[in-house]
Design a protein around this ligand. Structure first.
Ligand code: URA
Length: 255
C-alpha cells in the first residue's frame, strides 16, 4: 500500500481520507466517506429549506461543521413549527426517511385553542378528513394538559381555555397536524415536534444540535421493514381505520 506515493508497511498508520492519496497494487483505494447525521431543535421562525429566499435563517445555518459538509434537512417543518429535525449529507438516508413507504412515527405536542373533548380525541385517533383526503389514524392521541379559564379571566381565547395535545403520525402532508387539529375544532397556537422514531427532542434547547448515534441512524433506516404493512399513501376513498386498541394509544383525559 502507498500513501501519497510512499510505501507504508506499518500497521495502524493514520491517513486523512479527504487529503491523502491511497493506492494498493497501483490502484486507488476508496475509503468510505464520513457521513453526518444531526438532530437539531429548530426554533420557530427558522425555515427548513433554502427554497424560501425571503427567509432570514435556514436550519442548515445553525450547524457549523468542520469541512462544511453539504447538509440537507430530512423532511420539513413549517417555519412556525419548532422541534426535532434531522440534517444529513447522506442522500440515501434522506431518501429513505422521506419516501412515502418509509413509516417513521413522528410525535407532536400542540398547544390548541379550546379543550378537546373525548370525541375530538377519538376523531384524531381514527383519522381526519382533510381537503386532500383522509389521514391515516393518529396514534398515542392524548390530552396532556387542560388550561381552563379562571372565573373572571378575559382576553382573546380565554373564554374556551387552551390545551396541550400529543399525537403521533406517520405521514408528512403539508401542515398536517395543524390541519387535523383545526378540523376537529381546535386551531393550533404552538406546535413542537418532540420525537422522530425513538429519537427524542429532550435535552436540546432551541437552536442546539447533536450527532445521532450509529444505533439511532441504524434504527431509523429500518422503519420501512418494521411497518411494511402500512399503506403507502393516504387515499381519499379509503375508510378510516378503527382507533388503536385500548391501552396503547387510547385518548386519555388529563389526570
Ligand atoms: N404538521 C404541521 O402542521 N406542521 C409541521 O411542521 C409538521 C407537521
Amino acid at each position: 500500500m502507498r500513501v501519497n506515493g510512499q510505501v507504508v508497511t506499518e500497521l495502524g498508520t493514520k491517513v486523512d481520507p479527504q487529503a491523502d492519496t491511497i493506492t494498493f497494487d497501483g490502484r486507488p483505494v476508496a475509503l468510505p466517506k464520513k457521513r453526518y447525521y444531526i438532530a437539531l431543535n429548530k426554533p420557530r421562525g427558522v425555515v427548513s429549506t433554502r427554497a424560501d429566499v425571503h427567509a432570514a435563517r435556514v436550519v442548515t445555518d445553525l450547524v457549523d461543521l468542520q469541512g462544511r459538509p453539504l447538509l440537507r434537512p430530512v423532511g420539513r417543518l413549517d417555519a412556525d413549527t419548532e422541534g426535532l429535525i434531522f440534517l444529513t449529507d447522506d442522500g440515501e438516508f434522506l431518501h429513505r426517511l422521506t419516501h412515502p413507504r418509509h413509516h417513521v412515527p413522528k410525535t407532536y405536542r400542540a398547544v390548541v385553542e379550546g379543550i378537546p373533548d373525548a370525541d375530538a380525541l377519538v376523531r384524531l385517533a381514527g383519522g381526519v378528513r382533510l381537503d386532500d383526503g383522509m389521514t391515516a389514524p393518529a396514534e398515542g392521541v392524548r390530552l396532556v394538559r387542560a388550561n381552563r379559564p379562571r372565573p373572571g379571566q378575559d382576553g382573546a381565547g380565554a373564554g374556551e381555555g387552551t390545551a396541550e395535545v400529543e399525537l403521533t403520525i406517520y405521514e408528512g402532508r403539508n401542515r398536517q397536524v395543524r390541519r387535523m387539529l383545526a378540523a376537529v375544532g381546535h386551531p393550533v397556537a404552538r406546535l413542537t415536534r418532540i420525537r422522530i422514531g425513538a429519537v427524542r427532542l429532550s435535552g436540546l434547547p432551541p437552536g442546539a444540535w447533536r450527532h445521532l448515534t450509529a444505533k439511532e441512524v441504524e434504527d431509523l433506516t429500518h422503519y420501512q421493514e418494521k411497518h411494511a404493512s402500512w399503506p403507502t399513501a393516504p387515499s381519499p376513498s379509503r375508510p378510516p381505520r378503527a382507533p388503536s386498541p385500548p391501552g396503547s394509544s387510547r385518548p386519555k383525559r388529563p389526570s
